[in-house]
Design a protein around this ligand. Structure first.
Ligand SMILES: [Zn+2]
Length: 371
């Protein structure tokens, strides 16, 4: 099959120390190539996505380079991921222009950028909660190009949200967050379909109805504490949909992904934590029975850090089959930027939600009833 070659557009090419050229300028990818006659530079110019390898070889031979040399050069450039190979001519469409940075990033990461972008475009993602976590996730999803989103929230934009929730403006105060968030996504993504659910989630069956058919769920709702995560988890496991969970504290963010059939679930984590920490059940009881609505101790940069970190992890999860996933909760420290795994667990065969060996009843689950 005919192959078309295109040089990566994120790499600069420039003269270097007299008779060489240098490709790249960042701290990870730099090549220096002796090029006294300018052949390499000419070869790279021909790699514009429109020329086939046969054309390029012919042109280079006409310029006085022998066949073996050209083929060796092309192979080196391919192996170094400096040129990308296509099976038909590549020109940038208006869609690709909009996501040019995404494509450049994925190509530089040695991934099939066009396939990944298509996957992102076609995805349906449900975001539960459109507050600090959820609204930032939606902004990232829109920027990444995800065209189908469902937004669930039961809250209106409040003046106190404006210290950190970038999506909302003064004009949104008093509007439902789902409406303001939908407007944002529609304005950002051509052809987006947005479904909004101005609704409090109370039952597993309601969550299942909303998330059904989604490729991913983001759980950024934390009220009531623990119970909301249990509810979303039960629905996601039943629908076999992977879910990202986000938790914020003043100086750190936490996150985990739950992958049905692969990792342990939220109920496995709760049971494991209960067995591991003597006061865990007391903490759960305390938070569940507390009616105190505290202020959120987050500033714009800490929320931005946390949500960007989680979205980066999500992009890695959907693009890299080789990374290990699930069974770990990570913590990002907002001052040192260190990421540490703070909790690990396993899928419990007796788990009431994801297990395959009956319906054990665990005391910590009974503290947080869901149906
Ligand atoms: Zn489980």
């Amino acid at each position: 099959m005919e192959q078309f070659l295109r040089m990566r557009q994120d790499l600069p090419v420039y003269p270097w120390r007299g008779e060489s050229i240098r490709i790249g300028a960042d701290d990870q990818e730099v090549w220096e190539i002796p090029d006294p006659q300018g052949h390499w530079q000419r070869l790279l110019q021909l790699c514009d996505g429109m020329h086939s390898s046969t054309d390029i070889i012919k042109t280079m031979i006409a310029a006085g380079v022998n066949f073996d040399e050209v083929c060796t050069a092309i192979n080196h450039l391919r192996e170094a991921n400096i040129i990308i190979v296509f099976n038909k001519p590549y020109t940038e469409s208006s869609h690709d222009e909009r996501v040019r940075g995404n494509l450049a990033y994925f190509w530089a990461e040695k991934l099939d950028a066009l396939a990944i972008q298509q996957q992102l475009d076609a995805m349906t993602v449900t975001v539960i909660g459109a507050g600090g976590g959820g609204s930032h996730f939606l902004m990232h999803l829109a920027a990444l190009g995800v065209q189908h989103v469902r937004i669930v929230d039961y809250d209106i934009v409040d003046a106190s949200n404006l210290n950190r929730q970038w999506m909302y403006d003064i004009q949104h105060i008093g509007s439902a967050k789902v409406d303001a968030a939908a407007e944002y996504v529609m304005n950002r993504v051509a052809g987006a379909t947005v479904q909004t659910f101005y609704q409090k989630l109370e039952r597993v069956i309601d969550v299942r109805a909303i998330i059904q058919g989604s490729n991913w769920v983001f759980c950024a709702a934390d009220e009531p504490p623990y119970r909301m995560q249990r509810l979303v988890n039960r629905a996601c496991i039943a629908e076999r949909i992977p879910c990202m969970y986000a938790f914020s504290q003043r100086q750190s963010g936490r996150m985990m992904e739950i992958i049905p059939d692969v990792s342990g679930c939220v109920d496995c984590l709760l049971a494991t934590s209960d067995a591991r920490y003597p006061s865990f059940r007391q903490l759960v009881t305390g938070l569940v029975t507390s009616n105190f609505h505290q202020d959120t101790p987050l500033i714009s940069p800490t929320l931005g850090l946390m949500t960007s970190w989680i979205m980066k992890r999500w992009v890695d999860l959907i693009t890299r089959p080789d990374i290990s996933r699930g069974n770990t909760m990570f913590r990002l420290d907002f001052s040192t930027f260190q990421i540490t795994p703070i909790s690990t667990w396993k899928r419990l065969p007796e788990c009431v939600t994801c297990g395959n060996q009956g319906n054990a009843q665990h005391a910590v689950w009974q503290l947080l009833p869901i149906d």
